[in-house]
Design a protein around this ligand. Structure first.
Ligand code: FE2
Length: 223
């Protein structure tokens, strides 16, 4: 895997006034960079050093390697889930908008459901918009470092609800931080691209499965 820190996709002050440069600086350099260093230290030059971050997360559950690898993934996914001037205005017509309408009754329904799930996560964790294998959207939350990669769902967006993500700007007020994310910071373009990628991967898996079934039938006919 690539053990290098990924740069933020925007300048540290680009999300102001909704998320301060000070918050992003601390979050990136103290927390994200810390998880990356602990991951490198834990893996060393062993076999996992050649695995992808996703492979590590899926094969090391309940270990320190898992916790640090998952936190690296979660933070990199979180940076991309934010955008300067992100908002519901960016949720334009298309597959993602259609599914938000179908599964949550529209952007307002999504907002309420996401706020409830993110507020209700006890202690440190993450709130996620995910797509299930049947194509339905869902909002989930995970504790500590856990994430949807260990489930059949695929992540589209995430919000960090660890206190370090919002304390400097909003102190204890997680609810205000969640509302600001929902109203000003969501990178809907990133979520839409993740939905397209999930659909393309599922289609490719289906084609591969059909191919292997045809191969098995041909083999049984010729034997
Ligand atoms: Fe964080």
């Amino acid at each position: 895997m690539n053990f290098e820190l990924k740069p933020l996709p925007y300048e540290p002050d680009a999300l102001e006034p909704h998320m301060s440069a000070r918050t992003l600086d601390f979050h990136y350099h103290k927390h994200y960079a810390g998880y990356m260093q602990k991951l490198k230290d834990a893996i060393g030059s062993g076999g996992l050093a050649r695995a992808s971050l996703t492979e590590i997360i899926r094969t090391t559950r309940d270990t320190d390697v898992f916790r640090n690898a998952a936190q690296v993934f979660n933070h990199e996914f979180f940076w991309q889930s934010l955008a300067p001037s992100g908002s519901r205005r960016q949720l334009t017509d298309g597959s993602l908008k259609d599914r938000i309408d179908r599964d949550f009754g529209g952007p307002d329904g999504f907002r309420e459901a996401f706020k409830e799930k993110a507020s209700g996560q006890f202690g440190s964790g993450w709130a996620w918009l995910v797509v299930n294998p049947d194509g339905t959207l869902a909002i989930t939350s995970t504790g500590d470092a856990d994430n949807p990669l260990t489930t059949s769902a695929r992540p589209l967006l995430t919000l960090d609800v660890w206190e370090h993500a919002y304390y400097l700007d909003y102190q204890h007020d997680r609810g205000k931080y969640i509302e600001v994310f929902l109203d000003h910071l969501i990178n809907w373009r990133f979520a839409g691209l993740n939905l397209e990628e999930a659909a393309a991967t599922d289609a490719s898996d289906t084609t591969r499965a059909r191919g292997s079934r045809r191969g098995a039938s041909a083999a049984s006919r010729s034997s």
